[in-house]
Design a protein around this ligand. Structure first.
Ligand code: ATP
Ligand code: MG
Length: 371
């Protein structure tokens, strides 16, 4: 187990930086999840930590010691790739043992390591099979097992579940959580899956274009995104981000005018806001409701998608070209073009200033204790 520190880390492939100015302080035993759009530098960051890619600038420290110039083997890190990269001609047992055999570890120690890893991952009955005789989820387990036998200080996972079907992903996600609990190891995990990020991470790092946008616990990022990028990235379905004009603001509330001329109130510290300025209001689909008791705005329904447990309502807000999405729990029906009032909750509404930076929100006591 180990701490990992990235200080001002950058990677230049050609003229352009793939990663720049990345600072992340990872605690011993922490589960860190890296998220961000395709091409934002997640794999490059993992590969620099693993020693598979040279670090162009900045300092990497593992357990407090400089690691930039260490070979991959000297770093004590195991990386599990999306493609699993198992040796097809070797049995599961040989795949698990291979790294240790290369290191000339004595046979009895190898056998014990293979036994331990296969017990942890419930693959004891598969040890004599070749990879081609395994399902996707079983192959994934062997790839993780191969990392475990090396008893690394740090595990790196690059989208390990993305080749699996939905049901298996859920099962493997729960196994990852258990694996982290059992091994108490430092893990850095890349995913595109919102639920994996929210449920597995101690902290999530949100990347955009090679830079870190925000680092925080899942609930910090959900409730207190720093800016429009993080607000739009964390959460599924995405937060509705709608242009507004500031009417008035003080330390407790801001009043903003929406494009249908509704004025809504948001619980925030609006002292830096100027009346008449453009801004963006954010509502998560799950925080809107179709039975407004208090504040609301008007829309016309475009489509209702029945999900069984809930209904996704897509609706048009006057003067705004994107659909507003409302998640209604349970079944809800409405006709196309039907006018609806959509209710909001002041302290479950987000506000971003004209530069796209979050205006500090006043959270309810329920939410404040988690962030
Ligand atoms: N060997 C390379 N040579 C030049 N550019 C590269 C190389 N490897 C990656 N890049 C570039 O670096 C940037 C970051 O790539 P990276 O693979 O880290 O993205 P990613 O966040 O892992 O994306 P994805 O989610 O699609 O896997 C991209 O613009 C990519 O084209
Ligand atoms: Mg990648």
């Amino acid at each position: 187990m180990a701490t990992v520190q990235l200080k001002n880390i950058g990677k230049k492939y050609t003229e352009n930086y793939a990663v720049k100015g990345v600072n992340i302080d990872i605690q011993d035993g922490e589960f860190i999840v890296l998220v961000g759009p395709s091409g934002c530098g997640k794999t490059t960051t993992l590969r620099m930590i693993a020693g598979l890619e040279e670090i162009s600038e900045g300092e990497l420290a593992i357990d407090g010691a400089p690691a930039n110039d260490l070979s991959p083997a000297e770093r004590g890190i195991a990386m599990v790739f999306q493609s699993y990269a198992l040796y097809p001609h070797m049995s599961v047992r040989e795949n698990l043992a291979f790294g240790l055999r290369l290191q000339k570890v004595p046979a009895d120690k190898i056998e014990a390591a293979v036994k331990n890893a296969s017990e942890i991952l419930h693959i004891e009955h598969l040890l004599d099979r070749k990879p081609k005789a395994l399902s996707g989820g079983q192959r994934q387990r062997v790839a993780i097992g191969r990392a475990i036998t090396r008893t690394p200080k740090v595990f790196l996972f690059d989208e390990p579940l993305s080749n699996l079907d939905a049901a298996l992903r859920v099962q493997m996600r729960i196994e990852f959580a258990r694996l982290h609990q059992d091994l108490q190891a430092t893990m850095i995990y890349v995913t595109h899956d919102q639920i994996e990020a929210m449920t597995l991470a101690d902290r999530i790092v949100v990347f955009s274009e090679g830079k870190v946008e925000q680092i925080g616990t899942p609930l910090q990022l959900y409730h207190q995104p720093n800016n429009l990028f993080v607000a739009g990235f964390i959460g599924s379905p995405k937060m509705n981000l709608v242009p507004v004009v500031i009417e008035s603001a003080d330390a407790h509330t801001a009043h903003v005018r929406m494009s249908d001329d509704s004025v809504v109130q948001i619980a925030c510290d609006g002292t830096s806001l100027v009346s008449g300025d453009a801004a963006t209001i954010g509502f998560r689909p799950e925080h809107l409701n179709v039975q407004p008791a208090g504040q609301s705005f008007g829309v016309n329904v475009t489509l209702c998608e029945q999900m069984g447990d809930s209904t996704m309502v897509y609706a048009q807000l006057k003067g705004f070209d994107k659909p507003v999405v409302i998640r209604v729990t349970d079944v809800f029906r409405a006709e196309k073009n039907q006018a609806l009032r959509i209710g909001i909750v002041p302290n479950l509404t987000y506000l971003f200033d004209k530069n796209g930076m979050a205006v500090p929100r006043h959270l309810s006591d329920v939410h404040a204790q988690y962030v």
